[in-house]
Design a protein around this ligand. Structure first.
Ligand code: MN
Length: 128
């Protein structure tokens, strides 16, 4: 099971994402803004961050730049949660530092497969 931070400002999306991940037994941390999410990431050992792209105040793209520039958080995979479906968006998000990309509304099976792909093996300590 993984320790996952969800940063999402839309309550319905947060609820759905949380229910799906909790049903799989993951430990969840939740924030509705980027800055409190970054604070959680700096304090908790996380396996994955799911980051909404469109957020008030600081958006997801700015937040991933902060996370990837901080030695405390740079190793944690950050996956974009976005309603963007325009051609080129995936490449643009990956170029801005995201490790993956999940389109909303989430498809239950595809979403869990992507979470499993990214967190699989990360719960094992790395060999010295
Ligand atoms: Mn949003």
């Amino acid at each position: 099971m993984a320790r996952i931070l969800i940063v999402e400002d839309t309550p319905g999306n947060m609820l759905l994402t949380s229910i799906v991940l909790e049903s799989e037994g993951h430990t969840l941390f939740c924030a509705d803004r980027a800055l409190p999410g970054i604070e959680i990431a700096q304090q908790e050992a996380l396996d994955l961050i799911l980051m909404d792209v469109q957020l008030p105040e600081l958006d997801g793209t700015a937040a991933v730049a902060i996370l990837k520039g901080d030695p405390r958080t740079c190793a944690v995979p950050v996956v974009a949660l976005t309603a963007y479906a325009m051609k080129g968006d995936r490449e643009r998000l990956l170029a801005s530092g995201f490790d993956g990309y999940i389109e909303k509304p989430i498809n239950y099976v595809d979403f869990l497969a992507e979470v499993q792909r990214i967190t699989g093996g990360t719960s094992m300590p790395l060999p010295e």
